[in-house]
Design a protein around this ligand. Structure first.
Ligand code: SF4
Length: 217
């Protein structure tokens, strides 16, 4: 099967599996979305959603967050991974937003990526979900699945992003990003397993890859 046919079939299946894609991280405004996405590195979305209600009660926007002590922020987010670093970045970032952006978040990749703790993936999620700009943020699920499905050679996330953007229509990117994540979470265990039993890998994975996975079990 050609890569383009495979992509079209995957798109159709994921649309059937996940017609709705509610944003996984709870937030009331784009500042809160940015903070939640920043915190989701090395942590589950579930854990982030457990700590954000208290954090956002004290710091609902950049102006209020900028007034909080780093130690207070750290205490409120202590259950997420890398809490000390994230607390420092949240405080610094909020102050920058107040000083340079009138408390709003920038609506460009460059502006977002210049903020402490905000990398390309975080910026992509915010551009997609807060501003509706087509982006294809690549997380570990998407990176791994793109390689398993034979849609990218998986050398690195930059290459995966480029390959997926080239085969999927631009208007599908934002929703597809979430659909692949939902599929990965529901179906894909981290460890090696039987690809022939999977609704997508059973037909999309290359024979070589199935052999590799089966051989290493
Ligand atoms: S076989 Fe299925 S469950 Fe496993 S990685 Fe592929 S898509 Fe995910």
């Amino acid at each position: 099967m050609k890569r383009s046919e495979k992509a079209a079939k995957i798109l159709q299946m994921l649309e059937e599996f996940y017609p709705e894609t509610p944003p996984p991280l709870d937030h009331d405004n784009s500042f809160q979305l940015l903070i939640a996405v920043l915190m989701s590195a090395q942590t589950t979305d579930k854990k982030v959603n457990q700590v954000t209600p208290e954090l956002f009660r004290h710091g609902p926007d950049a102006t209020r967050m900028a007034t909080l002590e780093v130690s207070h922020i750290q205490e409120m987010i202590r259950e997420v991974g890398l809490a000390p670093t994230k607390a420092k970045n949240i405080s610094k970032l909020s102050k920058i937003l107040v000083e340079s952006y009138e408390g709003e978040i920038p609506d460009t990749f460059e502006g977002l990526e210049s903020l402490p703790g905000v990398g390309h993936k975080t910026a992509g999620v915010v551009m997609a979900q807060a501003f509706g700009v087509p982006a294809f943020p690549i997380d570990t699920h998407i990176h791994r699945l793109a390689a398993r499905w034979g849609l990218s050679n998986g050398t690195n996330v930059v290459k995966t992003e480029k390959d997926l953007k080239a085969i999927f229509p631009k208007e599908s990117w934002n929703k597809l990003h979430l659909q692949i994540i939902f599929f990965g979470r529901e179906y894909c265990p981290a460890r090696n397993h039987d690809l022939t039993q999977c609704p997508i890998c059973s037909w999309a994975a290359t024979k070589k890859r199935i052999k590799q996975e089966m051989g290493s079990r």
